[in-house]
Design a protein. Structure first.
Length: 319
């Protein structure tokens, strides 16, 4: 494998601050320190594009080592099938844009699972090795979900699993974040010799910021505050936090973040009349340290859901 020019294709990238963006920001920076590196991504839109109005994205891109090329923002709306189709065409567009820099290695990152087959297919035609960073086993989550247990979605989930597995077998290197993910892929038929571990983590700058929070003196508060920061989605099971808030009226609960389940959780909290649970919405990383400083307990969980609970290690654990 000739390490002359890397192209990195991904859906999430800084200034977005979710787990995939944080990981790719660090990876691209390290790659650019060693080889010519080009990042092909989209305009920031997680969780919604309006959060980045007024942000000088082009100027931020110019301040980092890799060259960054962006496609229009992805709008994550619509039903399961329509969103899947739009994600597929986005993945194909990202790979085609990455191909224009004539890379000697193409690096793609999941959770955008359609980047796996589109990149591998292009790599086979172009004779370019493909590195697949499997941060999330998103196609297996669909198989485990109750929404995909009936025809025809069950057949669709089975097809996705086979398609992704066959594509991964053709990748040069497959990176996983933890041993559980490696075991799941090997059991599915992926060659163990192609697997390498690249755990999640955070940058030194963020680590130093968080360490200052950990070393600060606790405040004089009469009520304990429990805080969740991150995606409010199905797999996070935020109804659990609402249950605890209902049982512990003497404690305060704060949710920082956005996602597809946010409105449902809000409605649940309102319908129960819970006055001790509040939602701050999405907040930039620059404000998270202060949120932590006013918290006594940081909450994180994942649903017990087949392959998800076997292999996933939430990146927020490191934050």
């Amino acid at each position: 494998m000739t390490l002359e020019r890397f192209a990195v294709a991904c859906q999430f990238f800084p200034p977005e601050s979710n787990g995939p963006a944080n990981r790719l920001g660090i990876v691209a920076d390290r790659l650019a320190a060693a080889v010519d590196t080009h990042v092909c991504t989209v305009e920031p839109s997680y969780p919604v594009a309006c959060l980045y109005e007024g942000v000088e994205v082009a100027r931020l891109d110019e301040c980092i080592a890799p060259d960054v090329d962006r496609l229009p923002a992805f709008r994550a709306h619509g039903g399961v099938v329509s969103r899947a189709l739009r994600e597929f065409f986005l993945s194909r567009a990202l790979v085609r844009r990455a191909a224009k820099v004539q890379p000697t290695v193409l690096w793609v990152s999941v959770p955008s699972m359609f980047l796996i087959p589109t990149s591998v297919a292009w790599g086979e035609r172009a004779g370019v090795p493909v590195v697949v960073d499997v941060r999330d086993l998103t196609w297996l989550y669909a198989s485990d979900s109750a929404a995909f247990q009936r025809f025809p979605r069950a057949q669709l989930a089975t097809f996705l699993t086979r398609w992704m597995t066959e594509s991964l077998r053709k990748a040069e290197i497959i990176l996983v974040t933890n041993q559980g993910a490696a075991e799941v892929l090997v059991e599915a038929g992926v060659d163990a010799d192609r697997l390498l571990a690249l755990p999640n983590g955070i940058s030194r700058e963020k680590f130093d910021q968080l360490r200052s929070v950990a070393e600060s003196e606790p405040g004089d508060r009469e009520r304990l505050t429990v805080t969740y920061c991150g995606l409010v989605g199905h797999n996070q099971g935020m109804a659990t936090l609402a249950d605890v808030a209902e049982r512990q009226p003497g404690m305060d609960f704060t949710v920082v973040g956005a996602g597809p389940e946010l409105e449902g959780v809000r409605h649940e909290v309102d319908s129960r009349g819970l006055r001790n649970m509040r939602f701050l919405g999405q907040r930039p990383w620059s404000e998270i340290a202060e949120v932590y400083r006013h918290s006594d307990i940081l909450f994180a969980q994942l649903r017990d859901q087949g392959s998800l609970s076997e292999s996933a290690v939430p990146s927020k654990i490191y934050e």
